[in-house]
Design a protein around this ligand. Structure first.
Ligand SMILES: Cc1cc2nc3c(=O)[nH]c(=O)nc-3n(C[C@H](O)[C@H](O)[C@H](O)COP(=O)(O)O)c2cc1C
Length: 281
């Protein structure tokens, strides 16, 4: 999934929005994700997404970031079913793409996800993705997997669950407990990018051997070099390397060195020295 992109920004021709929506053929099937509060802007942006060749589009009604809530978009729409319905209806009428929406349980204590699910089904969406926390919870507390099961039970269209999958075993448990059709993995992918392969292997009942960390780090740097401009490479690399190294025991000094790098070349040298040594040993 590419995004999260502002519908207003995209329809104004913003270069940031277009950059966020760049994708490679090997990433197919690929969805874009839009946020916005105006049915008109969302429908116009959806047509642009369709023209860019995406396979599908997800409408974000789950993001609790302040700058998105402030414009009445993202998770703010969980507090206004009528407005959300106007957005979904306008987008559905304007494109033929596969269309999904990502929701939360509700704004605070009012759990409105079943009404949102019904609305999605009535308006002809192709699936609903539920992150089973309220907007007020943000990312804290446990994801309510029982709510995923409830939504699945109430819906004919596919339900995708998102929340608290850490590894293959939790992926398997989420599917078994809820009957959901598919799973979306967020935070654990930052530290364990092999979690997708691990989950699929576990779902098939197969053993999985995680790749060695040096292999992950060096491959990630090579991919960045292939695909990103020099300007974009460095901030992405620093952020992600700190995540990859998070669970490595006794790596505080190495993480501090990563944090102290200010240039791509310095970061790359540091990793190559560190991990070539580890690979050789
Ligand atoms: C740093 C970060 C960025 C995220 N960005 C998006 C996003 O752009 N779109 C989206 O729908 N969800 C986004 N999410 C939410 C995740 O997709 C997911 O629903 C949530 O983190 C719960 O799943 P998890 O426990 O697997 O992380 C983001 C989460 C985090 C932590």
């Amino acid at each position: 999934m590419q995004g999260l992109v502002s519908a207003e920004g995209l329809s104004r021709g913003g270069s940031k929005s277009e950059r966020l929506l760049r994708f490679f053929p090997q990433e197919r099937p690929i969805f874009a994700q839009l946020f916005g509060a105006s049915p008109f802007a969302m429908a116009a942006a959806a047509q642009q997404v369709e023209a860019m060749g995406f396979d599908g589009l997800d409408l974000n009604f789950g993001c609790p970031e302040k700058k998105i809530l402030r414009v009445g978009a993202g998770a703010a729409l969980m507090a206004d079913l009528n407005k959300a319905e106007a957005v979904v209806g306008a987008v559905r009428r304007s494109v033929k793409l596969m269309l999904t929406m990502k929701i939360r349980l509700g704004w605070e204590n009012q759990r409105t996800f079943l009404q949102f699910g019904r609305m999605a089904e009535d308006l002809g969406l192709d699936a609903v993705i539920l992150h089973p926390r309220t907007v007020a919870q943000g990312f804290s507390g446990q994801a309510d997997w029982d709510a995923v099961g409830q939504l699945k039970h109430a819906m004919d269209i596919p339900v995708v669950a998102s929340g608290d999958v850490r590894d293959g075993e939790s992926y398997r448990q989420l599917i078994t407990r809820t009957g959901c059709d598919s799973v979306l993995i967020g935070r654990s992918a930052l530290r364990r990018p092999w979690v997708f392969e691990e989950s699929l292997a576990c779902g098939r009942g197969e053993a999985f051997q995680p790749p060695a960390l040096p292999e992950v780090v060096l491959r990630y740097l090579a991919l960045l070099e292939e695909t990103e401009s020099e300007e974009d490479r460095f901030p992405a690399a620093r952020l992600h390397l700190l995540q990859f190294l998070h669970d490595l025991p006794h790596a505080a000094a190495l993480r501090a060195k990563v944090g102290a790098c200010h240039r791509w070349s310095a970061l790359k040298d540091l990793m190559e020295t560190q991990f070539s040594r580890l690979e050789a040993s």
